[in-house]
Design a protein around this ligand. Sequence first.
Ligand SMILES: NC(=O)c1ccc[n+]([C@@H]2O[C@H](COP(=O)([O-])OP(=O)(O)OC[C@H]3O[C@@H](n4cnc5c(N)ncnc54)[C@H](O)[C@@H]3O)[C@@H](O)[C@H]2O)c1
Ligand SMILES: [Zn+2]
Length: 352
Amino acid sequence: MQTITVNASRSYCVQIGPGLLDRVGELSAPLVQGRKAAVVSDSNVWLLYGTQVERSLTQAGFQVSVFQFPAGESSKNTATLLELLTFLAREGLSREDPVFALGGGVTGDMGGLAAALYLRGVPCIQLPTTLLAMVDSSVGGKTAVDLPEGKNLVGTFTQPHLVLCDTLTLQTLPAPVMAEGWAEVIKYGMIRSPELLQRLAGEDPAGDLEWVIAHCVTIKRDVVGIDERDTGERQLLNFGHTIGHAIERCGGYSIYHGEGVAMGMAIMTRACVREGLCPKECWTVLESLLNRFHLPQTCSMDKKGLLEAARADKKRRGDSITLIQPQKIGTCVLNKTDYGELSRILERGMGA
Ligand SMILES: NC(=O)c1ccc[n+]([C@@H]2O[C@H](COP(=O)([O-])OP(=O)(O)OC[C@H]3O[C@@H](n4cnc5c(N)ncnc54)[C@H](O)[C@@H]3O)[C@@H](O)[C@H]2O)c1
Ligand SMILES: [Zn+2]
């Protein structure tokens, strides 16, 4: 088991290892005073892991209530959020009582936001069950729901009290969901870690998932420690995301987040190579990893539509936009620019 401490506006531990869901109660009880526990989970994950988590919490003296919602990004909206907040109020949760977010990034984002808003903030414990949520969304305190106008437009920066990544839960993940997690892992390699890229290209990249997750969380910890509120360095974590979110939006959210990110990284990297902004190897390395993890490399959507969707992206600051561009293997840089530049990138990068 690995433990990584995140030092942001709150310090907390991220624990990674097999069997942690059996220890949720024991590990979280010392961190919170309240003994009413609200577990937020989607319909798939609750069925698989709900009983296990409920048992562990009950054994540790928690009185458990459960809020379930239909699985999928389409639930990550203000209507479900409001239902969840109403649920917390009706259950009579106090400021000391914790919310447990058991599931993927959708559950973590929405559970985290509800915990941040209800009574101006109650403790939140993240129990990520997808690779994407373990390496990315459960750590760093970004919480949000979507609006019809764009993804993650309503949210906060609120750090959790604890994150428990039970690696055994990954055994039940459908292959495409696992693949989108690999997209975020590849992202970490591209922005910060030639070592990770090498490992992913090696014989059995999934052989030591605990190492991979811990490596990604360590990178995220370092970036969040410097720039918790996403005004500088943290924006590196958005590599592939500006275009990826636009693709997700134009696809009516039928495309997985990680698939959008994979396409976004590919379009950006191809364009940067073609513009002479980074060596060709940035693309060859990325291309072979995307192939290896069965991730898409381009999309045939309308460029104008993508550009409009990107404008709705929350990362816009007036007319300027920060693009994250590869510079060399394992290094990306921020480029504060305008939408004209993004238009050129789409033009240059979308063709195979
Ligand atoms: N807050 C952040 O910093 C941040 C970072 C990256 C992504 N995100 C958000 O995360 C979301 C995507 O996360 P996701 O891909 O985990 O989506 P998700 O939560 O919808 O999970 C994907 C699917 O896998 C199922 N599932 C989850 N765990 C399972 C398991 N162990 N076994 C079987 N099935 C399981 C879910 O029911 C769902 O159908 C997006 O909304 C994205 O915006 C947030
Ligand atoms: Zn992401």
